[in-house]
Design a protein around this ligand. Structure first.
Ligand SMILES: [Zn+2]
Ligand SMILES: [Zn+2]
Length: 606
């Protein structure tokens, strides 16, 4: 190695708890009367000005490698644990995902645009800076950092004198400490033409904020440190909490100029949200939602988003969660309308958020909520305008997805297809609950589509009383990882959507009197495959076809319950059905499915 470990520096200022690396280096520099760029060299961090492409400076303040960690320890006695706690990587796996970050520019750029962190800038609380003499907290470099819970002040993101984000450095050379100039920790260190801005940040305007917003900030910080508060009574992981937070912020930004924010939001912050939405709406093409989900670049915007998302995620139960999202539904009606919100349905959101959004969103889903406990909107809302237009299913269109169309209860199978179940769900359900598991997933899909309770999900699927509760009670014991389970169920919902939703309600109706197949026609076809078709076999074949067409339960098949067959004990009826389904050769099954399709067409020749 060409460079050995740095020599031990003299008396070294210890980093404060929660301090960022750049802040510590600035303070060391002030203490040593040395520029921060040279101090970084002294520490073995090898940050070179103008070297944004140089790998070592690319990750400055984001993450430290083993070599740098050893160098800092040799120079200052500051150990690995303390050093890592000064880097943004401290939030990796909670509110940030740096798992694909590498030493190359492409990966840094990708992470830079995706993650809600300020990689080269910081926000600041003027009172904290004054009290600490210029200690900059690491969490101020999170894009959701909006208010100081200690001083109940809004953080500041931009310097009023130079107009740049705080601690940006220069317009061109972001986040690289200067080598020729000293930095005063309590002053703006942004530089234009090698001159310090020097604005005294302790004199920044102080904007007081309400306790509710501070509580939201504390909840976010709890998540950032791996202790996310429960949402609607459910314990979720920190990463999922952050995902929910960002999803809600994106939704709020989408309708930012028509949404009603909590009254506690400072006026300037509310205005920042309106301005943001108007600017975007002016620029956005109808097909895209550019930037709605990107990090907020100002503390004002972050405060508006934090206030809304924080209140939503503080919900104690599903009803509170839905109630908190109601302003979003109202804003959709008042603002862009459901049609313009189609891009939202391509977002992946955590199930809880998805459930709340669907419950307040003006879609055909409202049909069900009318029958249920809550009516999302006043009667004067024009539902026809908010309906997703139903695309005619042609052979060309049936295989592709219907963008923006929402999965409704009528599109849900009563029993999730075995292949889907095995592939997506089974890893998250302990020991095989088999059929019950497939029923449970059908219920879960109904929850994702807006059913607020298991009982209501059962109602949506048309299940007889009690079955839903029994299934939910039994199977929920087997869920290994609830977050992953819901993620998998959401993936399955997306998949059903992509395949083109099938109207199972319509199919069940069309086949409600289908109790047997014609022995005269099918007898010879069965014979070709070596089967002898008896009258009971005709009924069992009808049962098989019904379950295949409707994704329904064997026990619900009209043929099984038909009075003509019910003289035979149920046990032997079921046995005949199972034998039939085991024996049925693929070719014959295909023929029967084609026949089923003609039955559907003849019932409703649309
Ligand atoms: Zn403060
Ligand atoms: Zn400045």
């Amino acid at each position: 190695m060409s460079v050995g470990l740095p020599r031990r520096l003299g008396l070294v200022l210890a980093p404060e708890v929660g301090e960022s690396l750049a802040s510590w280096i600035d303070r060391l520099g002030q203490d040593m009367r040395r520029s921060p760029g040279l101090v970084a060299d002294d520490l073995g961090l090898r940050v070179v000005p103008g070297a944004v492409q140089r790998p070592l400076s690319l990750l400055f303040g984001i993450t430290a490698n083993d070599e740098q960690t050893a160098a800092v320890e040799a120079a200052t006695g500051v150990g690995a644990e303390v050093l890592h706690a000064m880097h943004l990587s401290a939030y990796d796996g909670t509110v940030l995902d740096l798992s694909d970050l590498a030493d190359d520019k492409a990966s840094v750029q990708r992470v830079w645009f995706r993650e809600w962190a300020l990689f080269t800038t910081s926000r600041a609380c003027p009172s904290c800076l004054a009290e600490s003499g210029g200690v900059w907290m690491l969490w101020w470099r999170l894009a959701a950092a909006a208010v100081c819970p200690t001083h109940r002040l809004m953080l500041v993101s931009h310097c009023p004198r130079c107009g740049l984000e705080l601690r940006r450095g220069t317009e061109r050379n972001q986040g690289v400490p200067p080598r020729t100039l000293l930095v005063e920790p309590t002053r703006c260190a942004n530089r234009t033409r090698d001159r310090m801005c020097g604005y005294p940040l302790t004199e920044l305007p102080q904007v007081p904020v309400h306790d509710d917003v501070c509580a939201a900030q504390l909840a976010f910080l709890d998540a950032a440190y791996g202790r996310p508060p429960p949402v609607a009574g459910r314990c979720i992981g920190a990463a999922e909490w952050a995902w929910a937070f960002r999803s809600i912020c994106g939704l709020v930004r989408f309708v930012g100029d028509s949404i009603e924010l909590p009254a506690v939001v400072p006026a300037a912050a509310a205005q920042a949200l309106v301005d943001d939405a108007r600017r975007r709406r002016g620029a956005a093409s109808s097909r895209q939602v550019p930037g709605y989900r990107s990090k907020p670049r100002s503390a004002l915007l972050a405060t508006a988003l934090l206030a809304f998302a924080g209140r939503t995620l503080a919900a104690g139960n599903d009803d509170d969660l839905i109630e908190a999202m109601r302003p979003f539904g109202a804003a959709v009606v008042e603002g862009p309308g459901a049609q313009e919100c189609r891009p939202l349905w391509r977002w992946r959101m955590p199930p809880l958020v998805s459930m709340a959004v669907r419950a307040v969103f003006p879609t055909p889903m409202a049909r069900w909520s009318r029958a249920g406990a809550h009516v999302p909107f006043a009667a004067d809302v024009d539902r026809s305008a908010s309906r997703t237009p139903r695309r005619r299913r042609t052979s060309a269109a049936s295989s592709r997805s219907d963008p923006g169309g929402c999965l409704e209860f009528r599109h849900l199978p009563r029993l999730v297809a075995e292949a889907d179940y095995q592939e997506l769900i089974e890893p998250w359900l302990r020991t095989p609950p088999g059929l019950s598991g497939r029923r449970y997933v059908a219920l879960a899909l109904a929850r994702i589509c807006g059913a607020r309770t298991w009982a209501r999900a059962g109602l949506a699927l048309g299940w007889p009383d009690g079955r839903a509760a029994a299934v939910a009670d039994y199977v929920c014991e087997f869920v290994v990882d609830p977050a992953r389970f819901w993620q998998a169920a959401t993936t399955l919902a997306d998949r059903l959507q992509e395949r083109g939703p099938i109207d199972y309600d319509h199919r069940r109706q069309a086949l409600s009197r289908f109790v047997t197949i014609d022995r005269g026609i099918w007898g010879p076809l069965f014979a070709e495959h070596g089967g002898r078709l008896m009258p009971a076999g005709c009924r069992a074949a009808a049962v098989w076809l019904w379950t295949a067409m409707t994704c329904g339960e064997l026990g619900d098949a009209p043929a099984l319950l038909d009075p003509g067959w019910s003289t035979v004990p149920i046990k032997s009826r079921l046995r005949t059905c199972r034998t039939m389904s085991r024996w049925l050769p693929d070719a014959l099954a295909d023929q029967m499915l084609r026949f089923g399709a003609t039955l559907l067409d003849s019932h409703n020749p649309r």
